[in-house]
Design a protein around this ligand. Structure first.
Ligand code: SF4
Ligand code: SF4
Length: 348
């Protein structure tokens, strides 16, 4: 890891210079207080204040809809894989979303390599922006161990007041800084400022769960009959928004689209959501999780039990998007703490 300083008035030209080589996706305010990652011509400066974007930046690695292959049935069967990727920079990614991408890296390259994802990931440069204070009331990053990030980014930018402290984490990050930025050396004063800010920020982030996150797999394992699922059954609308906005949800549906000639077509995938009614319907018509409460129980178990047990890390990275997006205010922290509270009452 090497460190540099970029003056604040230089960051805009760094951003523009990157566009000579890459498609650059930065953050912009779409509507008041609603941010999105988008291809922007100019550097806009919400870096300090922006709250998590409506959709996480995973959309550039695992698009909402994607063609996987094209096929012809005539004059003879022919199948051609479609793997699209390009050199791209995700600029200004928050630590929670970097953690989200790290988890998707593991999912899409373990067990079976998903080349549509891994090819895009290999051509993606990630420039992160550190968080020095909670970005909004729904953030729970510290509670799930995702405030600090050690891997998954090429460059991490920390605002130290008059300038940006640049932590360079990969050879690609170094190459980009050498080629496109105009950095200066880090002084002792800069380094002291940076360390002080990093040390001081910890106290600003509340630990929101009533237990350490490492205790959650066992708690959820024993919470299949918790009354909270009945309560969520009554409240949840089954709209799927909590899954769709989540940086770690990766389920997708696969379908074929035939051309009108009925001899050629495409096989596509698109994001799916385990909170939707037909997610667990099987070919014979049965639905393994026909109620909204069962589906919410499954969603929470995916974040804090099943995948956490398999990969030894929380599959919630604490962005708070699910809570913010839920039309009936189902809150991830409240739900987890209710399970903890109900478990305590049961063992008394
Ligand atoms: S479960 Fe909710 S808070 Fe956790 S990563 Fe997904 S959207 Fe963010
Ligand atoms: S966003 Fe809320 S209402 Fe919609 S499926 Fe998720 S928990 Fe249910």
């Amino acid at each position: 890891m090497t460190e540099k300083i970029i003056n604040k008035n230089e960051i805009s030209s760094f951003y523009k210079n990157l566009k000579d080589e890459f498609t650059v996706y930065g953050v912009k305010e779409k509507e008041e207080s609603f941010y999105v990652f988008d291809e922007t011509d100019e550097f806009t400066d919400p870096l300090d204040d922006y709250i998590p974007t409506i959709l996480p930046p995973k959309k550039y690695l695992f698009p909402q809809q994607e063609t996987l292959l094209r096929f012809d049935t005539q004059p003879h069967p022919d199948i051609r894989p479609v793997i699209e990727s390009k050199k791209q920079v995700l600029f200004g990614v928050r630590p929670c979303d970097i953690h989200g991408i790290n988890l998707l890296d593991r999912i899409f390259s373990s067990d079976y390599e998903d080349t549509n994802y891994t090819h895009k990931r290999a051509e993606t440069v990630i420039i992160g922006i550190d968080c020095l204070k909670p970005c909004y009331e729904h953030a729970l990053c510290a509670s799930v161990g995702c405030l600090d990030v050690g891997e998954g980014y090429d460059i991490l930018i920390t605002d130290i007041g008059s300038s940006y402290y640049i932590s360079i984490n990969t050879p690609m990050g170094q190459e980009i800084i050498d080629r496109y930025a105009n950095p200066i050396e880090v002084s002792n004063e800069d380094r002291d400022k940076f360390r002080k800010l990093i040390k001081e920020r910890i106290a600003k982030f509340e630990m929101k769960f009533a237990t350490d996150v490492s205790n959650l797999p066992l708690l959820f394992k024993n919470a299949d009959n918790d009354p909270v699922w009945d309560e969520l059954n009554d409240r949840c609308l089954g709209c799927g928004r909590c899954n769709i906005v989540c940086p770690t949800c990766y389920c997708f549906d696969v379908f074929d689209c035939m051309e009108l000639n009925m001899t050629s077509g495409e096989r596509c995938r698109e994001w799916d959501a385990c909170s939707l009614k037909d997610f667990a319907v099987v070919a014979t018509g049965e639905n393994f999780r026909s109620t909204r409460g069962q589906r919410q129980r499954h969603r929470f178990n995916r974040k804090f039990n099943y995948l956490m047990t398999k990969y030894n890390t929380s599959f919630c990275v604490g962005c708070g998007r699910c809570t913010r997006s839920c039309p009936v205010n189902i809150d991830i922290v409240e739900t987890v703490n209710t399970v903890i509270e109900n478990t305590k009452s049961n063992v008394k």
